[in-house]
Write a protein that binds this ligand. Structure first.
Ligand SMILES: NC(=O)C1=CN([C@@H]2O[C@H](COP(=O)(O)OP(=O)(O)OC[C@H]3O[C@@H](n4cnc5c(N)ncnc54)[C@H](OP(=O)(O)O)[C@@H]3O)[C@@H](O)[C@H]2O)C=CC1
Ligand SMILES: CC(=O)N[C@@H](CCC(=O)OP(=O)(O)O)C(=O)O
Length: 345
């Protein structure tokens, strides 16, 4: 399978390249840039001395369509809205890391992203690539909307509770924290070293663009679900997301029952690891890997459930899940090219 990467100079793009270099069934045909055409990728990332297809090329949809079967878009919001319909019409499949095709209703996208939505006909063709829960749709897809980093951690953490109707529908609160690479490689005041080091910042309070994405999937699983409270924090580390999720149980439960439920729900999921009772994951335990680790607690005093879900934002939250979706589309083992243990310490 020949693939092209657009946005290869960004963190998501370079992470795709790290995994795809050694993927047994994929050849990286070309890497593309909108601003550094003709530059060697190793000049942008000196750690990539031996990378395949190492010269950055311009983004020419017709040309890419002649040489690649699948294109990954690791570009900012708005770019895929324009490029994806053109690739689709040329018969090239798209795996989009941005948020452009995740929200099914254009007006909802426009409200939260504050930009024009892609054409509705193409939104309808896109499949939401939450690999563990949408395998059959991903398998047939021509456009994959790869989930956001926070939604991946949150939805994998909430799925068993919401699908089984175990929680009060208006009680979901998500307190999420991200490392700074979640904001991409481009420079900004908010991600500047002296703004983030020794600091914890809450941001986009009640306005985060991932709120409608999370609610859309929760409602697909259980149409009684009410709006969520979702808070995001920037913390001084490079990679990692921890989503700590709280919800009120509808009836008396126990931690044992919940751990058993999660283990059963994710029995066939190669990348979701459920902790034993009383054991909670930290971000370093998934660093550099495609795992999502989940710990669950039940407070008998309050009847509240706490779920702790961690991922590496650049792997399971972006490039890793994108490759997992590519594998599902190709009909090969889901973990091909992704069998890495986390980097520790
Ligand atoms: N970082 C993360 O943890 C996650 C990111 N995402 C999403 O993935 C996408 C990529 O994110 P990330 O890699 O972090 O971002 P970066 O800012 O690191 O990289 C984005 C790349 O897009 C390219 N680009 C910028 N403008 C344009 C344009 N007009 N046309 C084509 N290419 C353009 C740039 O490369 P060049 O100038 O060379 O063209 C840039 O290197 C984003 O939509 C992001 O929201 C999703 C999940 C997690
Ligand atoms: C730390 C940080 O800034 N993270 C980004 C997540 C980026 C992302 O995944 O956004 P998309 O939905 O556009 O893909 C944020 O909170 O907006």
């Amino acid at each position: 399978m020949k693939i092209a990467i657009i946005g290869a100079t960004g963190y998501g793009g370079v992470e795709l390249l790290r995994f795809l270099q050694y993927h047994p069934f994929v050849h990286v045909q070309s890497v593309h840039s909108s601003s550094q055409e003709g530059t060697a990728l190793s000049a942008v990332y000196p750690h990539l001395q031996q990378a395949e297809s190492s010269m950055l090329e311009k983004i020419d949809v017709e040309q890419i369509s002649k040489t690649s079967d699948i294109v990954f878009l690791a570009t900012p919001p708005g770019v895929s809205s324009e490029l994806t319909p053109r690739f689709y019409e040329c018969g090239v499949k798209v795996i989009d890391l941005s948020g452009d095709f995740r929200i099914k209703e254009g007006h909802v996208y426009e409200q939260w992203y504050k930009r024009t939505a892609p054409p509705q006909t193409y939104l309808e063709k896109a499949v939401y690539g939450l690999s563990e829960w949408n395998r059959a749709e991903v398998n047939d897809a021509k456009i994959i909307a790869n989930p956001g980093c926070y939604p991946t951690a949150t939805l994998l953490g909430l799925a068993p509770l919401v699908q089984n109707g175990l929680i009060k529908e208006d009680s979901i609160v998500i307190d999420a924290k991200s490392g700074v690479s979640g904001a991409g490689r481009h420079v900004s005041l908010n991600t500047h070293f002296s703004e983030t080091n020794e600091n914890v910042k809450i941001y986009k309070v009640n306005e985060h663009q991932h709120i409608p994405e999370i609610e859309q999937m929760l409602l697909k699983w259980n149409e009684q679900i009410k709006p969520i409270t979702f808070s995001t924090h920037l913390i001084p580390m490079t990679r990692g997301i921890m989503a700590t999720i709280y919800a009120q149980a509808k009836k008396e439960l126990s931690a044992e029952m919940l751990v058993d439920l999660y283990k059963t729900s994710y029995e066939s999921a190669k990348f979701v690891r459920i902790r034993e009772r009383g054991n909670y994951p930290s971000t370093k335990e998934v660093y550099g890997s495609n795992y999502c680790d989940i710990g669950i607690a039940y407070d008998e005093r309050t009847g509240r459930i706490t779920v702790v879900s961690v991922i590496d934002n650049l792997v399971k939250g972006a490039a890793g899940q994108a490759i997992q979706n590519l594998n599902i589309m190709m009909g090969i083992e889901e973990d091909t090219g992704l069998q890495f243990m986390p980097v520790y310490p």
